[in-house]
Design a protein around this ligand. Structure first.
Ligand code: NDP
Length: 338
């Protein structure tokens, strides 16, 4: 059973040598009466929060760290090979928390969901129909209370979450602008995801001026994925009573000391509501989210772009690529085809 383990706690930018591929044996039957399931992992997800779990324990990241030498855990789509759990049987397709290995014996079965709609790409269950999907849904609809005609700005807009926020915002008649880190991504935002405007933030010397160009009347809603200088520039361009949904701050995850934010007084002067959220508090909304999103996919009203890498051995570099913007769309690793 090939596995990827965390070899060193990460400081600064993650390196491939912080992870290692090892091999071990695994039982081919689930121990009787154990309530566990044995799965073959098909697709594994690379998500930015995983970097925070690689930070040494004494650093406060608010995520429980991976124990050193342990197999990396994360979201995945898997096929059940054997089960002692009444809710799962051999042949079932499932998604949820698994490990970065070929086969996993899963005892935490409450983190697994059976896949009922199998007529969409199965990898969607770690993207548009999985954790990033419901994050976009909750972070936009629940946190921002959006209204038709409002002006919405999304950073890291072509990624796993951002591309969906843009599409949700368009679906209710908002005007949406996104930023991303390459021409290819900017083109995707406009041609594929229906953003009204998009720009490459890496080509802008002055983010404040760029935002003024795209939002001459200011921003009603900001969906925050990156933090740092971008947040500071956004604060200057928010409208009175604007809302900021803080989904993530990826520009800060590799820094020992997070950067300061200078323009916080805008929260006061403009009466802005800025609210963070963790998707884990909102799983009760998953059934309604799944039904609505499946319907929109089947009607051709929502699309999803994935960046698919083949082979478990390539998972570490794929994860690291999230922090250089190498991924174009949701980063997926294929471990095995069904
Ligand atoms: P993405 O698929 O968007 O991948 C990460 C992207 O972030 C990269 O492609 C890159 O795009 C951009 N990026 C990387 N480093 C920087 C940087 N220094 N400055 C600006 N942009 C950078 O990831 P996700 O969609 O999965 O995640 C987006 C955000 O949402 C993250 O902050 C993540 O932590 C957060 N998140 C939060 C959840 C919650 O429950 N609150 C749940 C899920 C995700 P580019 O080329 O455009 O720079």
């Amino acid at each position: 059973n090939k596995q990827i383990i965390l070899k060193n706690y990460v400081t600064g930018f993650p390196k491939e040598t912080d992870m290692e591929m090892v091999s071990s044996s695994i039982k081919v039957k689930v121990p009787e009466g154990s309530k566990a399931v044995l799965v073959k992992n098909l697709y594994l997800s690379c998500d930015p929060y995983m970097r925070l779990k690689m930070t040494k324990p004494e650093t406060p990241t608010y995520f429980t760290e991976y124990p050193l030498g342990s197999v990396i855990t994360g979201y995945g789509v898997s096929k059940v090979l054997d089960s002692e759990h009444p809710n799962f049987k051999e042949g079932d397709l499932v998604w949820g928390t698994t490990r970065w290995e070929e086969f996993s014996l899963i005892t935490m079965t409450k983190m697994l969901r059976k896949i009922t709609y199998t007529d969409v790409p199965l990898s969607y269950y770690i993207g548009i129909l999985g954790m990033p999907g419901i994050s976009a849904y909750v972070g936009f609809f629940e946190i921002c209370s959006p209204k038709k005609g409002e002006r919405v700005y999304v950073s890291a807009a072509s990624g796993a979450v951002g591309q969906l926020v843009g599409q949700f915002a368009k679906s209710i008649g908002c005007c949406v602008v996104g930023s991303a880190g390459s021409k290819e991504k900017v083109d995707l935002l406009k041609s594929k995801f229906g953003f009204d405007e998009a720009f490459n933030y890496k080509e802008e010397h002055d983010l404040d001026a760029a935002l003024k160009r795209y939002f001459p009347e200011g921003i009603d809603i900001y969906f925050e994925n990156v933090g740092g200088a971008m947040l500071d520039a956004v604060l200057l361009n928010m409208r009175d009573h604007g809302r900021i949904s803080v989904c993530g701050l990826i520009s800060q995850y590799n820094k020992d000391k997070p950067e300061g934010v200078h323009n916080l007084f805008c929260l006061v002067s403009k009466r802005i509501e800025m609210k963070g959220f963790l998707v884990f508090d909102h799983w009760h909304l998953y059934p309604q989210f799944l039904e609505a999103t499946i319907k929109r996919i089947k009607e051709g009203k929502m699309v999803y772009v994935e960046d698919i890498v083949e082979g478990l051995e390539n998972a570490p570099s794929a994860l690291i690529g999230l922090f250089t913007g190498k991924n174009v769309g949701k980063q997926v690793v294929v471990v095995a085809h069904e």
